[in-house]
Design a protein around this ligand. Structure first.
Ligand code: HAM
Length: 435
């Protein structure tokens, strides 16, 4: 028996239906703000993620699944070289691919309105699997390219919170954290201050923080080691070191959120794990969750990403939410939608010689858009009724030889148990009128 790979999950039919519904609500909610669907490949050139997400991030340096196709694998194993564009990786996130597609197809020509795009699908990170942390997981995400106005950030955050409300989270279930990461003007000096702070406490830092002190000192804000956490408590705060433009941008975002009565907490230690962010960053966490993986969504602004991946300057903003973490939290609250299988009509046979007629009638119903099931296992009439119940059938049509010889069938309403005899020729029309 070969099982699914570690860190992956099968979405069995009930959950697959739930995931579809989750996406439908997202598309409906985000559609109100003008977001439309885009679908980009699951594999991209590795270079896109290296340049876009950042070489020093955990996602790129440790967690990418890099895919090498047949011939190239042979070449590599034989000690040869393969072309840069033949190095492909499974996408660890959706933003870089969407930005690549926008640039490649010039979706935002100079002077055009911003492109508002949304996507849903699997992402891949070779992390150590645990509850809420998988190697293949599903995200729903949005990206808005071509506008740097704070109204884009604020409406994006508002629509995400509206979405969480619609799937069933109460305001008290979730916490919204916001911060600003500054920009190329103000962040380098701030990063240097943090590096100096780490340097001053170097003796008490964990190995990982020591090793990333030069390259990526801001990552220490996420370190779980208690000593490092204590050191970072007293580290300089980015919000005290923003340039005027970033400070204005951030305060406008907050003002717009206040105006929309969105509850949030400012967290100057929120730095996020991907390197492309500038200015606004935010994360939504499950409030009462004692699991390690409590971030159900996050995102922010990335005004330099398009240039980082070789395109022209184009500001961007977006977020992604993790379907599985949402599903875990919703299930804990009894809020995973019941998606019981159902059919409108079950065609039952009282005798075996009615089976061909049942098959034909079922097909006529389906051709009239009535979802219809019938027995495929030679069950007795009694167990056909049990099956109809299990399938939540609203009506059962009973084909008996006596009735059929008179050209009649019986229709039973499974809710109020009313029965009527109808002409077999009129059965489909009658059922149609009952739907
Ligand atoms: P992220 O914070 O890396 O951001 O991922 C977004 C969400 O995906 C997380 O909040 C979490 O719910 C879920 N997630 C991440 N990793 C895993 C995992 N291993 N297992 C299960 N769920 C996971 C991004 O991916 C950015 N692309 C968001 C963005 C869009 N920023 C701007 N635009």
């Amino acid at each position: 028996m070969i099982n699914a790979p570690e860190g992956t999950r099968d979405l069995l039919p009930d959950e697959a239906a739930f995931w579809k519904e989750f996406q439908r609500i997202a598309a409906d909610e985000f559609g109100k703000y003008g977001y439309v669907a885009i679908d980009t490949p699951i594999i991209e050139q590795t270079e896109l993620f290296v340049r876009g997400i950042g070489e020093a991030t955990d996602v790129v340096s440790k967690e990418m699944f890099t895919a090498i196709s047949g011939e190239n694998l042979k070449t590599l194993l034989g000690g040869g070289h393969i072309k840069g564009k033949s190095r492909l990786s499974l996408r660890p996130e959706g933003t870089a691919g969407v930005v690549r597609a926008v640039l490649q197809h010039d979706l935002v020509p100079q002077g055009a309105a911003p492109a508002k795009l949304m996507y849903a699908g699997p992402m891949f990170r070779a992390e150590r699997p645990q509850k809420g942390r998988q190697r293949q997981f599903n995200q729903v995400g949005v990206e808005c390219l071509g506008a740097d106005d704070p109204t884009i950030d604020a409406e994006g955050i508002i629509m995400l919170m509206r979405f969480f409300e619609r799937v069933g989270f109460a305001a008290s279930d979730i916490t919204l954290l916001v911060n600003s990461m500054g920009c190329d003007q103000c962040r380098p000096a701030y990063r240097e201050l943090v590096r100096e702070h780490l340097q001053a406490h170097a003796d008490d830092l964990c190995e990982t923080c020591l090793s990333r002190m030069e390259l990526n000192p801001l990552r220490s804000f996420d370190c779980k080691n208690p000593d490092c956490a204590a050191i970072m408590e007293t580290a300089p705060r980015i919000t005290d070191h923003l340039c005027d433009e970033c400070r204005d941008h951030y305060s406008r975002v907050r003002r717009l959120l206040d105006g929309a009565e969105i509850a949030y907490r400012e967290d100057s230690r929120l730095v996020r794990g991907l390197d492309y962010y500038t200015r606004t960053v935010f994360e939504v966490q499950i409030a009462d969750n004692d699991h390690a993986q409590n971030a159900i969504g996050g995102g922010g602004r990335y005004d330099r990403l398009a240039e980082e991946v070789g395109g022209r300057a184009m500001p961007g903003f977006g977020f992604a939410l993790g379907y599985e973490r949402c599903a875990i939290a919703l299930a804990e609250r009894g809020l995973m939608f019941p998606t019981a299988r159902r059919c409108d009509v079950f065609v039952a046979c009282a005798t075996d010689d009615a089976r061909d007629a049942a098959f034909e009638l079922a097909q006529l119903c389906r051709d009239q858009a009535i979802s219809t099931e019938l027995d495929h296992q030679g069950r007795s009439l009694k167990s056909q009724f049990k099956l109809a119940d299990k399938l939540n059938a609203r009506f059962v049509v009973i084909l008996g030889s006596d009735e059929l010889s008179q050209g009649l069938v019986k229709i039973r309403n499974m809710v109020n148990h009313d029965e009527q005899l109808v002409d077999v020729q009129l059965a489909v029309a009658t059922l149609g009128s009952l739907m």
